[in-house]
Design a protein around this ligand. Structure first.
Ligand SMILES: *Cc1c(COP(=O)(O)O)cnc(C)c1O
Length: 359
């Protein structure tokens, strides 16, 4: 077994693993499961500081992003795609698949999105149905300030779709204060449940937009409207993965109990960044460093593969390289969720420094 220190999937606590082994009922026919599902959704909303409805979907993180675009996009809709990272840019594909017209707002990948610049841009052009925003762009570890970006977009009447899959619970998210219309999360990042589930939190404005469509959603699985009234009707659009949801619930209860979670993420991320810098290892980027993942530049005289393989074989630690334009250039430490303990972080830093010094 390796010590998993990747930016998702992350380590899974024993009580979460055990919860997944619990005896199952028939989730379609047992009315008690509708209550359990709804309570679990409400717990997510509660942890995200909103009364907006959350839905848990059967599929990993990407499903939430695609479902958001599928449910909102109609032919010819202009969609503002904020792009300062691989996931940011990637949203344009979903917009296109469902007939929308993505308009990229591309900024320096080394910097967080500058809110004043975005405001200038919006003054000239704000005819967008919705905008996509990535909270933490995981391949580069870039964090965007959604507490300022989303209210600004909303001010111009633009709905906000936020991918916080790799940030929420390691970074503060307040759906109501930030005015987030559609928030996407996943089970396998800071939540620290195994991969397999995504969840979306929907504002009344987003529900209204989906209801007000002129054309039907070109998907069943990605159509968020198929869940409407599921509780009253006691009918799920498809059979819910009950064991995955048992595990997710336990992971969420862990988060609820862990009142020092955000503070610990902040402190450990700071420690990772400081230690790497003090030892001559450059971080990727100039601003917007996430408290959930750190991407560092592969130092001269060694490759990402050498670092990752030595970590695995000699230290039994698994880290991640990166992809897209960062392939081969960056190595990433995921210090989120169950990974984010002092002990884990110290062990990883010690190993990285030994490897880099020996090169
Ligand atoms: C992990 C992640 C997702 C989900 O995608 P995976 O296929 O599980 O990697 C979506 N968005 C972001 C920003 C992520 O980090």
């Amino acid at each position: 077994m390796y010590k998993i220190m990747t930016p998702g999937p992350t380590q899974v606590a024993e009580n979460v693993r055990n919860a997944r082994a619990r005896e199952c009922t028939n989730p379609d026919l047992d009315m008690a499961f509708y209550d359990y599902y709804k309570e679990t959704c409400e717990l997510i909303s509660h942890l995200l500081h909103t009364d907006n409805e959350t839905l848990i979907l059967s599929g990993e993180g990407i499903l939430g992003l695609e479902a958001a675009c599928a449910s909102l996009t109609e032919h010819g809709d202009r969609v503002l795609v904020l792009d300062n990272g691989e996931y940011g840019r990637g949203f344009q594909d979903f917009v296109k698949i469902y007939g929308g017209e993505p308009v990229l707002y591309t900024t320096d990948y080394e910097e967080e999105i500058d809110v004043a610049d975005l405001e200038e841009y919006l003054k000239n052009d704000h005819a967008f149905k919705y905008a996509t925003v990535v909270h933490c762009d995981t391949p580069s570890g870039r964090l965007n300030d959604i507490s300022k970006i989303c209210p600004l977009l909303k001010q111009y009447g633009i709905l906000t779709v936020v991918d916080s899959v790799s940030a929420m619970f390691g970074e503060y998210v307040n759906v109501d204060d930030f005015k987030i219309d559609l928030l996407c999360g996943g089970s396998q990042k800071a939540v620290s449940a195994p991969p397999g589930l995504t969840f979306v939190t929907l504002s009344d404005d987003v529900k209204k937009a989906v209801r007000g469509r002129k054309t039907p959603v070109a998907s069943f699985y990605c159509n968020l409207a198929v869940f409407e009234g599921y509780y009253e009707k006691q009918w799920f659009p498809y059979t819910m993965p009950i064991s995955d949801i048992y595990g997710l619930r336990e992971a969420l209860e862990n988060i609820k109990r862990d009142t020092g979670m955000l503070e610990r993420h902040k402190r450990l991320a700071q420690k990772v960044r400081n230690t790497l810098r003090e030892n001559g290892i450059a971080l990727y980027g100039k601003s917007g460093f996430s408290n959930t993942v750190t991407a560092f530049m592969v130092p001269e005289g060694i490759t990402d593969r050498e670092i990752l393989c030595t970590l695995k074989e000699k230290y039994r630690i698994m880290l991640a390289g990166s992809f897209g334009q960062f392939a081969g250039k960056l190595v990433r430490i995921g210090h989120m969720g169950e990974n984010a303990t002092e002990e884990n972080v110290d062990e990883v830093l010690r190993a990285i420094l030994e490897i880099v010094k020996k090169r």
